[in-house]
Structure formats: C-alpha cells, structure tokens
Design a protein around this ligand. Structure first.
Ligand code: ATR
Length: 332
C-alpha cells in the first residue's frame, strides 16, 4: 500500500480501528484470536493501529501491548484520553464525562504507555473536547509530552475547526480523528478545509458506517445482544425504522460496488480515501476475511459517474450519529 503522511511519519492509508476487539460491538474477541488478527494485519501491510483508554477500560490498550511488544518498530500506535466512565456505588456504569485537564492527561498517558508496553505513543489524541477546560491548556500539556519524548505527535478527536485552530497555535495538531463516511459528512464544510490549510491529516473513523455500509447488515441480521452499542437508545441510526431506511440507502452503494466488481465496504473505504490525500482511515474489524477485503479497497477507484450516485446519501440518512448525550460531547 502507498503510504500517507501524518506529520513526521507515514502510515498505511487503511489502518485498523481496534475498538471492536474489546468493547462496544458485542463480546470481546478471544485474546489469542485478536492477537492473531493484529499480527496478520501487519503482515498484510497495515501499520496504523488505533485504540483509546476508553475501549474496554484499558483492555484494548493491553491487547495491543501484548500483540506488539516484540514488533514495536513495525507499527504506529495511536491512543486517546479524555472521556471517563462514571459509576454508581455498586460499580455499575451510569454515563460518561470528559476530563481534558493536564492532571488527567498525565494520569492517562502513564497508564497508556504501560499498557501498550512502549516508551512512546506515535499519536496521542484528546478523545473528546472538554467544554470546561480551555483547549489551549490541554494542547499545551500535550505539547509537553512531545517535548518529553513520550508522544510523537498530537491530535484531537471530534473537534470543531475553531478548536483545532486554537490548539494549533499552542502546539502543532498533526491529526484530527472524526467520523467520516458516505453516510456522515458533517466535517466537510469547515474541518476538512482547516486541516488542508494546516497541513494536518484527517483520520476517518467509522468509514463503514459502523458496519451498515458493508452490506453485511440486513433486516434479519441486526446488531444486538450483550455488549452491543449499536441499538436505537445509543445509536439512533440503528433504531427500529431508521435502521431499515438506512439499509435501503445501502442498496445504492451495492449498485456502485457491482459496477466496479468491488464490495460495498470497499466502495465505502475508497470513497473516503478518494476525497483528499491528507485523509487516512481506520475501519474496524475482528475478522481476517473482512480485513483482507477492506485492504482491497486501496486499489478501487470510483468513477465520477458512480460517485455522483453516492452524493446525496448522507442527507437522506435517518438518525443522528449518537444519542443526545453522545452528540453533546461532539465539539461544534
Ligand atoms: P468503527 O470505526 O466504529 O469500528 P466501522 O469501521 O465503520 O466502525 O465499522 C466496523 C464494523 O464493520 C464492525 O462491526 C465490523 O464487523 P466485523 O468485526 O464482524 O468485521 C464490520 N466490518 C468491517 N469490515 C467488514 C467487511 N469487510 N464486511 C462486513 N463487515 C465488516
């Protein structure tokens, strides 16, 4: 795979979002299977692996630490801090909050370094912007981590163009991670032009619409069950009614895929990567066959005629990206 730039280093344009191996998308993958997948990913040319403190409360970072300890030089590891789960007196999660204070960052980064079994994090993000802490304060503290050699580059996730610019005046923001796909194009108006102007990279998460755009989800095969967050209360696009309406939109993606002898998921990834050369993406998967298929997107070029068929889909998607509480954590 050709590489794309994130400031001082390069990454494979298609990386691996590791969240689903430990959290949110059903029960965690067995450790041995997960490690096998991560090793195979490297063999197939993937070198950008994305995790966060939040994913499985450290379990996902520990998994990557185990997998990469003996091959650290082959991978770029990105992790994130900020959001924290809140628990009641019985230890049951009751919600989340965001803590962008330098003190919380210091606590989190030491845990991440230990869990990841590394002495440097390639890309360290503020996972969500803390409305109660000026971004200049957080960015300044993150810049100190770079100066100390604990972090190679800093990033923000789901930040507005204004917040990105303000942070950038304090310390260069190398990357911004936001949801971006055929179904989610909110960042096109302001964030993408800002990144282009700054020379920063967009790391597009949920490029497959959390699985919707792959065509593998059907009316009879709706995500559900234990540990599964893709349900109406958490993610309105999966609510009854919205889910079926959104599946109907995927038919258009399937038609474009058929015209290119590709899969819908490959079209979704090729669409993201084709938007600009300062974009990389991190589709999530727990399965080797899906990983292989996703990497095949690197050679798919969507014709202008077929591209126009995808143009209006985002406006027709039903349901917000997150529920009200999740959307309130998006900095706009
Ligand atoms: P996120 O960034 O939140 O992980 P995403 O990358 O848009 O979201 O989509 C991830 C989902 O797509 C996962 O549920 C993944 O399921 P598997 O773990 O079963 O693969 C699914 N997915 C990824 N690649 C796929 C593919 N090629 N075919 C079918 N489903 C796929």
């Amino acid at each position: 795979m050709d590489q794309r730039k994130i400031d001082g280093f390069t990454v494979s344009p298609i990386g691996l979002g590791c969240m689903g191996l430990s959290a949110f998308y059903g029960p965690p993958t067995e450790q041995a299977d997960a490690i096998k997948l991560l090793h195979e990913a490297i063999e197939m040319g993937v070198n950008h692996f994305d995790t966060a403190e939040m994913y499985g409360l450290g379990a996902n970072e520990k998994l990557l630490g185990e997998a990469f300890a003996d091959r650290r030089e082959k991978v770029r590891i990105a992790t994130k801090f900020g959001p924290k789960f809140l628990f009641d007196e019985n230890g049951k999660p009751t919600g989340t909050t965001v803590d962008g204070t330098p003190a919380n960052m210091r606590r989190a980064v030491e845990n991440s370094l230990r869990y990841l079994k590394t002495d440097i994090i390639d890309l360290y993000y503020l996972h969500r912007v803390d409305p109660n802490v000026p971004i200049e304060e957080t960015a300044g503290a993150m810049g100190e981590l770079v100066a100390e050699g604990k972090v190679r580059a800093i990033g923000l996730s789901e930040a507005s163009a204004d917040t990105i610019r303000r942070a950038h005046t304090i310390h260069p923001v190398s990357a911004v991670q936001s949801e971006y796909s055929i179904f989610s194009r909110d960042i096109e108006a302001e964030v993408l032009p800002t990144l282009k102007e700054m020379g920063a990279t967009l790391v597009a998460y949920s490029p497959l619409g959390r699985g919707l755009l792959t065509g593998a989800m059907t009316r009879d095969n709706k995500p559900g069950g234990e540990g599964e967050y893709r349900q109406g209360a958490m993610q309105p696009r999966f609510a009854d009614g919205a889910y079926e309406a959104n599946l109907a939109l995927v038919e258009e993606v399937k038609a474009v895929a058929a015209a290119h002898n590709a899969t819908p998921g490959q079209v979704a990834l090729a669409w993201v990567l084709g938007r600009a050369d300062n974009i990389v993406t991190i589709p999530g998967t727990t399965k080797l066959a899906n990983l292989k298929s996703n990497l095949g997107a690197a050679s798919v070029r969507i014709s202008p005629e077929q591209l126009s068929r995808l143009e209006g889909l985002a406006d027709r998607v039903q349901g917000a990206r997150y529920n009200e509480s999740g959307m309130s954590a998006i900095n706009r």
